[in-house]
Design a protein. Sequence first.
Length: 381
Amino acid sequence: MNHDAAVSIARQIADRVLSPAAQRNDKESRFSAEAVAALGPAGLFGVMLPTEVGGAGLGPRTFAAIVAALAEADASVAMVYLMHISATATIAAARPGADVTPTLKEIAAGRYLCTLAFSEAGSRSHFWAPLSRARRHGAGVCLTARKSWVTSAGHANGYVVSSLAPDGRGPTDSTLYLVPADARGLSIAGPWDGLGLRANASAPMSLEECEVPSTQQLTEEGAGFEAMLQVVLPLFNLGSSAVSLGLCRAAVAATATHLKTARFEHLGQSLGESLPTLRAKLATMQIDTDGLAARVDDLVDHLERPRETTMLRVLECKAAAGDAAIAVTSAAMRVCGGAAFSKHMSVERLFRDAHAGAVMAPTGDVLREFIAKAVLGMPLF
Ligand SMILES: Cc1cc2nc3c(=O)[nH]c(=O)nc-3n(C[C@H](O)[C@H](O)[C@H](O)COP(=O)(O)OP(=O)(O)OC[C@H]3O[C@@H](n4cnc5c(N)ncnc54)[C@H](O)[C@@H]3O)c2cc1C
């Protein structure tokens, strides 16, 4: 599978599976098992895995394009996919002592969905500082933790879980583990009923004395923080930006359709023909959307050819994308007026979904804090 084929498959699945169900899944806060059943076997679960384990060996460019295409149809599914790819990359980067090849082959075969369980109730959006601490248990560990939000909770086959290393000294001395869904002591701790991304099952999860063998310890002890920064953060921020891009594109398309089809019958004109103010707002939405697309391309380029400015771009892109998605979908709400407000069209779902980007860690505020510190030459942590 090459880049074009992967993106084309994503578009087909978006049209055939995601779009028809997005409204209902949002309303009922229903996780789309159908989307998972379509994306996995089509080869998109292992799109970035090496060919030796059955993956497609493609890079961040393809990942971002797939996520944007999915988000245009249903941002909840795009987020499920983005979390899966971020977790998969962490598993693929596992330390030499870990035995993850069978899992990677299952992922590539489309039979294994995974996700990240980092955020904890106690440290909230500061996902890099878990409060839970792994306890030694034979050659492995026992995990007890309260994970506050886990996308695909109850639907994933495996969870990449962070916890402080048994002998870790500082607040970021964490280790990452792969915990299977059927591990004893792992349970979903509540329902998911969010404002937006309602169909991605981002429920709380609890681990009570979960035994994890050393073969499923993904990082060296205390090296979880480094993996979060080097492996997860670039992909997560790129994917989150691509979700925002898909939302912006969907908002522009829905608004344009509304301006062409809704009419002032007493004037004999469509809204778009009649009102220059609405045309100006649509133009601004288009400019912001294309600006975000250029940012996403720029970040892809920085990840393909890493250089001194790469980490700054990783931080900037998600912060800018979250703001763009909120601005573009807010403008769409204004332009489409009562039709959007009374939920006659998809725009209000896009508007609600767009607000998740700024809340999801690293939040827009935290990213600004890091960016400014980087510009001032201050330590980030
Ligand atoms: C839809 C959705 C899905 C999610 N899925 C997952 C998942 O799969 N895995 C996972 O681990 N987590 C997940 N999360 C959790 C997420 O990443 C955050 O941890 C969580 O949203 C933060 O919650 P909070 O508002 O309670 O954080 P708080 O830390 O209480 O933040 C409150 C406010 O303070 C601001 N703030 C916090 N720290 C700073 C700072 N240093 N400087 C400036 N401002 C600051 C924040 O920006 C925010 O506006 C998900 C969240 C959402 C919304």
